[in-house]
Design a protein around this ligand. Structure first.
Ligand SMILES: [Zn+2]
Length: 276
């Protein structure tokens, strides 16, 4: 383990110039057309679209999508605000506008539960099913997988890696540059969030970045969701990150710059975060 970390650090040092400050901005659980394009509800202020914000800031991001949304004529789940665009239309548009589409499984059931319901080996099938649908949009299979709730285990990771995927992780065993930063944005959704970090999600994210910087790490994968509260927060967070000298990149570019051979360790039970 130590040898791998040393190897990773030497590689990372070589690959990333000392002053290189990178952020991979990632969004889970979409595509959600009403978040990507914005929406207006009678009696409420209109909610801005994420895609316009990213265009305005000249940022390319990575979207970890749920495969079921890429089936034809799918407009989202019944709790979501409907627009005239299907999720598949939105995925095609995302890709056309230069963003990356990666794999958050087809069913978005956490892997342990999924295998309990569908049998051993079914989790890989669920990832592959999403990947094939992604290929229908982008022309190539997914390169990265973010497991729902970050819950996975060694044997499953080996299977996924054997099929060419890189599995994203939040485990403390993982070298910091390849360890997801949990924005906790899902705790800040809705009109009256109770558990949103104080004083704000943005402060919480910046605080985590500062803690990593103190350890000499200036490259970060930030995990967000397609949520309207997140879009509003990013209107100020993206300029703040830029002001701190960060360049925002896609996952593929991030891994190319930070180190493609970096070993990835995965979450033990104690490291899991709930609620994603
Ligand atoms: Zn998710």
């Amino acid at each position: 383990m130590k040898r791998w970390i040393a190897l990773f650090l030497s590689f990372a040092t070589a690959a990333v110039a000392a002053d290189q400050k990178l952020i991979a901005l990632t969004f889970d659980d979409g595509p959600r057309p009403y978040i990507l394009y914005g929406y207006t509800q009678p009696g409420h202020a209109s909610t801005p679209g994420l895609l316009d914000l990213l265009d305005r800031e000249r940022v390319k991001a990575t979207f970890f999508v749920m495969g079921w949304r890429l089936l034809p004529n799918t407009y989202g789940n019944r709790n979501e605000f409907k627009t005239d665009k299907t999720c598949l239309d939105a995925a095609r548009d995302l890709f056309r506008r230069g963003h990356e589409i990666e794999d958050h499984t087809f069913s978005h059931v956490q892997f342990k539960l999924f295998e309990k319901q569908h049998g051993a080996g079914s989790a890989v099938g669920d990832v592959d099913r999403a990947s094939e649908l992604i290929k229908g949009v982008t022309g190539h299979r997914a390169e990265f997988v973010r497991p729902p709730d970050w819950i996975t285990w060694d044997a499953l990771n080996r299977q996924l890696e054997g099929r060419g995927y890189r599995v994203l992780s939040i485990s403390s065993e993982n070298p910091l540059p390849m360890r997801d930063v949990n924005s906790a944005d899902y705790l800040c959704a809705g009109a009256h969030p109770v558990n949103c970090p104080k004083p704000s999600m943005n402060a919480f994210v910046l605080q985590q970045i500062e803690q990593r910087e103190k350890k000499g790490v200036t490259t970060h994968i930030l995990a967000f969701h397609e949520l309207s509260t997140t879009v509003i927060a990013l209107q100020t967070l993206i300029p703040e990150l830029k002001a701190r000298g960060y360049r925002l990149v896609t996952m593929q570019e991030y891994v190319r710059l930070v180190g493609p051979q970096a070993p990835v360790k995965h979450a033990a039970a104690k490291d899991r975060n709930k609620g994603l």
